[in-house]
Design a protein around this ligand. Structure first.
Ligand code: FES
Ligand code: FES
Length: 161
C-alpha cells in the first residue's frame, strides 16, 4: 500500500509517494528530496539539528510523520536565502562566529528564524537562550549564537519598521 502526499517545500510543490506511513518528515526531506541541509543528530527529539519550519512554526522534523503533514508548507535551510542574498540570520551567524563544526547550524538558524517570528524574546539574551534551548551545540558556540540571534532580531525589526 502506498500513500500520496503533497507538500510545498521552499516554495515548490512536491508530490511524494510513501510506501511506509511511519516515514518521518526528516527522512523524507533528506532521503527522498535530497535536502540534506537538515541534519539528523539524535533522531529522537533531543538535539534540534533537524529543526525546520512547518507552516511558519519550528518543529523537530525527526519527530514528525511525513504523512501527518500532507498539504503543509515546509521551509528548510536550503530555502532561507533569497535573491542571491543570505538571510539576515545567516549573516548574523557568520558575523558573530556562531558556528564551529557547523553540524548544528542549519537547525540553529531555522530555530532562530522561528523564534524571531514568534516575537517573544524582546531583545532579552536570557529569553533568547531559553528560546534556543532545544538546539544543542556540541562545539558550545552558544555565546555567539545568542549574539547572532539578538543582532538578527534587531536588524529585522529595523528593516521591518
Ligand atoms: Fe531531531 Fe535530534 S535529530 S531532535
Ligand atoms: Fe559544532 Fe554546533 S557548531 S555542533
Amino acid at each position: 500500500m502506498t500513500f500520496s502526499i503533497s507538500l510545498t517545500v521552499n516554495g515548490v510543490r512536491r508530490d511524494v509517494e510513501l510506501d511506509n506511513p511511519r516515514v518521518t518528515l526528516l527522512d523524507l526531506l533528506r532521503e527522498r528530496l535530497q535536502l540534506t541541509g537538515t541534519k539528523k543528530g539524535c533522531d529522537r527529539g533531543q538535539c534540534g539539528a533537524c529543526t525546520v519550519l512547518v507552516d511558519g512554526r519550528r518543529i523537530n522534523s525527526c519527530l514528525a510523520l511525513a504523512l501527518s503533514h500532507d498539504g503543509a508548507d515546509i521551509r528548510t535551510i536550503e530555502g532561507v536565502a533569497e535573491g542571491g542574498h543570505l538571510h539576515p540570520v545567516q549573516e548574523a551567524f557568520i558575523a558573530h562566529d556562531a558556528l564551529q563544526c557547523g553540524f548544528c547550524t542549519p537547525g540553529q538558524i531555522m530555530s532562530a528564524i522561528g523564534l524571531i517570528q514568534e516575537g517573544q524574546t524582546d531583545g532579552d539574551p536570557e529569553r533568547v537562550r531559553e528560546g534556543m534551548s532545544g538546539n544543542l551545540c556540541r562545539c558550545s558556540a552558544y555565546a555567539g549564537i545568542t549574539e547572532a540571534v539578538l543582532d538578527a532580531q534587531k536588524k529585522l525589526a529595523e528593516a521591518g519598521g
